[in-house]
Design a protein around this ligand. Structure first.
Ligand SMILES: Nc1ncnc2c1ncn2[C@@H]1O[C@H](COP(=O)(O)OP(=O)(O)OP(=O)(O)O)[C@@H](O)[C@H]1O
Length: 353
């Protein structure tokens, strides 16, 4: 099991954390509003994914007045220890493993997958389709070693094809490749969705919930139509818009609740539960199929769910061998037995003994 044994964070938002030791199991971070709890979870997510779960703009992460934000951690993986570090500057990102530079983000983020649940996780269910595509692709990235390069090839061909459309040139040089990579992407995403559908009922049962959730992959092509035929049918419109109108970049993951569209019928609590369930399912798949244990960070979970759901979720997480970090304000009533507790104040993190 991979876990972070200690973290150091410098100039990442308001944080200044030096060598803070973490428990391999349940860690609770408590502090007032604006203290830096979310930022600590965000920094850990950034170390695991080179992205933020709050902003697409990496410059937001750098402390005002500083030039680079740095997150470092000691990691223990199957009793082997190593160090990971990521430094985000305005114009570049630098990643290191055991004092050696790692050039590619895909190689760096392989080491410690981090899953985050936070107040914006609802967007997975009610937000735009690209959020669901990103979610699926991240799930597939850790499941299939060749997915990252496949994604890159697909994205390059799509870009070239769109450029040809905008220049009003023939797309013929790209069409066959586009159809070929689209088929491979669709296959991997559909396999990922099938695996997710397989594990979700078991997790729901362990959460003691009867939520009648289901989901399917909509591949970005009309039902019953081949992608090649769609390209021919939409040729005129594609030239007008300068964009490819069918394919995996238009795909979606469609959620239903009791056979109705979840987007329009699910309650806020049900949406949260569905988003949580999907992350737990991804985590289980990474573990089951690739032996990869994700570190899980939960931002403000205790304000998001009712008491029963918090209790069943914590009881479920307690059955897993995974490192979890939770943020809470002093107002949250928490009688769960956390393995380590920390106070967060003015961007600093201190262990409560
Ligand atoms: N780039 C930045 N540089 C410096 N400070 C920042 C930067 N970005 C955000 N902050 C500040 O960092 C502080 C910590 O924010 P954070 O969201 O982590 O707090 P929190 O403890 O999770 O609060 P809450 O309980 O309200 O969610 C805030 O005061 C925020 O204004």
């Amino acid at each position: 099991m991979a876990c972070l044994t200690s973290i150091s964070i410098r100039d990442f938002r308001n944080l200044d954390v030096t060598d803070c030791a973490l428990s391999p199991r349940f860690n609770l971070l408590t502090g007032d509003n604006g203290a830096g709890k979310t930022s600590i979870l965000e920094a850990i997510y950034f170390l695991g994914s080179a992205r933020s779960f709050r902003t697409p703009n990496a410059a937001d992460l750098i402390a005002h007045g500083a030039s680079c934000a740095t997150v470092r951690a000691s990691v223990s993986d199957e009793s082997i220890s190593h160090s990971l570090g990521i430094e985000r500057c305005k114009s570049h990102v630098r990643m290191r493993r055991d004092q050696t530079d790692v050039a590619r983000v895909s190689a760096f983020v392989e080491h410690v997958p981090v899953l985050a649940l936070h107040p914006h996780s609802d967007e997975l269910i009610v937000g735009a389709p690209d959020i669901r595509r990103k979610f699926l692709d991240r799930a597939a990235f850790y499941l299939y070693p060749d997915f990252f390069s496949l994604y890159g090839q697909f994205a390059r061909v799509l870009k070239q094809r769109n450029a040809a459309l905008r220049r009003r040139e023939s797309t013929e040089p790209w069409d066959a490749l586009f159809v070929q990579y689209s088929a491979l992407m669709t296959e991997k995403r559909e396999e990922t969705v099938a695996h997710l559908r397989r594990v979700v009922p078991g997790i729901l049962a362990q959460l003691n919930d009867r939520l009648m959730v289901d989901f399917h992959y909509a591949p970005g092509v009309r039902v019953g139509e081949e992608l090649q035929a769609a390209l021919v049918r939409q040729r005129q419109r594609e030239y007008e818009l300068g964009a490819t109108l069918s394919g995996p970049h238009r795909a979606d993951l469609v959620f239903t609740l009791a056979d109705q569209s979840a987007k329009s019928t699910a309650s806020r609590g049900q949406v949260k539960l569905m988003a949580t369930l999907m992350s737990l399912a991804v985590s289980r798949l990474w573990q089951e199929l690739r032996g990869k244990t994700a570190v899980m960070v939960f931002d403000d979970l205790f304000s998001e769910f009712d008491r029963r759901h918090v209790d069943t979720l914590l009881a479920y997480l307690a059955t897993l061998d995974q490192q979890c970090l939770f943020s809470a304000t002093p107002l949250n009533r928490l009688d769960f037995d956390f393995d380590a507790r920390f106070t967060v104040q003015g961007g600093q993190m201190a262990s409560v003994v």
